[in-house]
Ligand binder design. Structure first.
Ligand SMILES: Cc1cc2nc3c(=O)[nH]c(=O)nc-3n(C[C@H](O)[C@H](O)[C@H](O)COP(=O)(O)OP(=O)(O)OC[C@H]3O[C@@H](n4cnc5c(N)ncnc54)[C@H](O)[C@@H]3O)c2cc1C
Length: 241
């Protein structure tokens, strides 16, 4: 198989990249190893992520689906002795920063919507796992070996590879790009669950809106999150050193 652009990973990064390419007249192939919808952690979008969705024309769709609107993050200090509110903000075309809103998402639903949207705009999907990079002698890539769902192997030739494999960092592991450096923020463990019945703020917007993120800081590298992923369910997680 031959393509101009192969995107490894059909998560929101890969799907958004595909939609931007399609806008420029390039039809990419997305390679995804998992069946969507699938669980993923990372549910509280930033203001900039919301701007990307707006640029892709997805604001109306996000609101129609009913993803909770996030106005900001309340951070509680150690022992909840104090707290402060960080507003969601985003930049416009002229790089001016202003208050904004974004969304909380149940990732199975959001990632599925993003991938389907990329496909409906023209991207092609192949199901399978990238297993090996195929370099030319000068180190640039000529393609990728893909293991399909039936365990058969296929070479996909491509002019360009976008590594959107998330934490799997496919190209770094294949030593195509530089090594993966672990920072001090990469050494924590997160425990998380989805719970029903959490009490929310009752305001209508801004600081006391019901669907903001709450972060409880205990000490460096040790904190927890409350993220409402829909009208009923709260994502609760704890990060520990
Ligand atoms: C505990 C935790 C909490 C987080 N909380 C937040 C948060 O609140 N807000 C936030 O913005 N971010 C958060 N993040 C980060 C967020 O999860 C990621 O930034 C986001 O998922 C990245 O999206 P992506 O599309 O780049 O990668 P992913 O969503 O991980 O998608 C990568 C895709 O690539 C596929 N793939 C991987 N390897 C291969 C391969 N070899 N072949 C084929 N397919 C492959 C995978 O199946 C996957 O579907 C959190 C992360 C963690 C670990």
């Amino acid at each position: 198989m031959k393509t101009d652009v192969l995107i490894i990973g059909g998560g929101p990064g890969g799907a958004a990249a595909a939609m931007f390419l399609i806008r420029e007249g390039i039809t990419p192939v997305i390679l995804e190893q998992e069946e969507f919808p699938r669980f993923h952690i990372g549910e509280s979008l930033t203001g900039e992520a919301a701007q990307v969705l707006r640029r892709l024309g997805l604001e109306e769709k996000m609101n129609q689906i009913g993803h909770p609107v996030k106005h900001g993050v309340r951070v509680y200090g150690t022992n909840a002795a104090n707290s402060w509110f960080v507003k969601v903000s985003s930049r416009d075309q002229d790089w001016n920063l202003s208050d904004s809103t974004t969304w909380q998402v149940r990732r199975s639903e959001f990632d599925h919507m993003m991938l389907q949207e990329a496909l409906s705009r023209g991207a092609k999907l192949i199901r399978g796992t990238a297993t090996k990079a195929l370099p030319y002698d000068d180190g640039s890539l000529r393609g990728i070996v893909v293991r399909r769902l039936d365990e058969s192997e296929e070479e996909v030739e491509t002019k360009m590879v976008l590594d959107c494999s998330g934490q799997a960092t496919f190209l770094a592991n294949q030593k195509v790009t530089g090594p993966k450096y672990m920072g001090s923020y990469d050494k924590q463990v997160a425990f998380f669950s989805h719970v029903r019945g959490a009490i929310r703020d009752t305001g209508t917007s801004g600081e006391f809106a019901p669907n903001n993120t709450h972060i409880f800081y205990h000490k460096k590298f040790h904190w927890s999150w409350f993220i409402p992923v829909d009208q009923e369910i709260m994502s609760v997680g704890m990060v520990t050193p």
